[in-house]
Design a protein around this ligand. Sequence first.
Ligand SMILES: Cc1cc2nc3c(=O)[nH]c(=O)nc-3n(C[C@H](O)[C@H](O)[C@H](O)COP(=O)(O)OP(=O)(O)OC[C@H]3O[C@@H](n4cnc5c(N)ncnc54)[C@H](O)[C@@H]3O)c2cc1C
Length: 382
Amino acid sequence: MTVVQSPRILIVGGGIGGLTLGAQLAQRGFHAHIVEKTPQWAPTGAGIILGINAMRIMENLGITDALLERGMLAGDTAITDSRGRILSSINMTALSKELGPSISIHRADLHDVLVTANASNTLRLDTTLRDLLQGKDETNVTFSDGSTSTYDLVIGADGLRSQVRDMIFGTTKYHYSGYTCWRFVVEGMPHIKRVQEMWGRGRRVGVVPIGGGKVYSFTTLNTSQGNPEMKNISVEKYKSIFGHFEGHVPEMLSQITEPTQLIHNDLEEIRLPSWTHGPIGLLGDAAHAMTPNMGQGAAMAIEDAFVLAELLEAGGDMSKILTAYEARRRPRVTWVQQQSWRIGKVAQWESAVGCAVRNLAMKCTPDKVSETSLRKLLVQSI
Ligand SMILES: Cc1cc2nc3c(=O)[nH]c(=O)nc-3n(C[C@H](O)[C@H](O)[C@H](O)COP(=O)(O)OP(=O)(O)OC[C@H]3O[C@@H](n4cnc5c(N)ncnc54)[C@H](O)[C@@H]3O)c2cc1C
């Protein structure tokens, strides 16, 4: 067993998971190298909700106020039908008072705050991997600029299409959810206060105020994987798919004039038999990308980062730390991933009869039932 006192740590990927890990490590006196393939810190994506569990970890990093300054407290949330009639709701205001805040924020702002929290780490943009040569206790890395370094621990926090994952496990299967997604942010809508997810037939629209009068929307549609018509969608076609949704949707869609305002991607999941290989490990979407139906993908990456940093602080052999990390994280992450997949299946039902039955069943189910499931997630230790 090789116990390293001040491990040389490489984090591949400066997304939410990689930067949270870097910040957690910095707080515990470690120094990490983080490489990010994009030439500038310009995270794709629109808005995001950080659930109460994710915010507890942000609070531990001392960045809650910085996040609240840029985003906003996520208030009460409702699932409605496409006309805006409430099917179920959660009193997030009461839940937050009891268990702590949840926030909604633009991803660029979240990123900014996380980059600042990594001031003592070494961050390299426009850098990716050319090669990984794994030994028993250390890994020799060649970067895309030809430079080389040796690390005691390498963490692939490089997202859904992880290069580190491909390097250690070979090509991975992507499990397509059956629906595709577009996201956008519109401005000048301070009157929209409530987080709302509107369920139609085979399609959904999310409405999420993120502060400063900005509103983030996600929209989903049942379609085949990689459908080129969806990838290259025109504004007219897009509006024809979601134009019949009521409530705030028409005024939000009226701000969409160019297809470049829409961020499009198919929703896929990653299921791996293992997240670690000797002193190399995966974190966040690289290990367990999930559908966004519980709004927990980033929260799981953030929790991964916290747990891994805690185990590193306790010390020990790197491979054993990674084994312990996976053992601790996998049951909870798998539960969330499976729940999210199941919710998505029902939410994307398409038949008129099926949707009518679903909506009636939701209306008849006490709100306490959805709150109980959320509580289970929030009170479980990580
Ligand atoms: C429509 C939608 C809505 C969502 N909403 C929510 C929500 O409300 N709440 C929530 O908790 N989660 C949500 N998620 C999930 C969340 O976005 C992801 O789970 C989260 O971003 C994962 O973080 P990550 O750091 O693992 O990966 P990423 O955020 O993908 O970051 C990976 C980083 O690695 C970089 N990178 C990639 N390859 C390389 C390489 N080879 N070398 C160097 N760098 C590399 C990328 O540029 C990127 O910066 C949503 C997802 C979707 C699709």
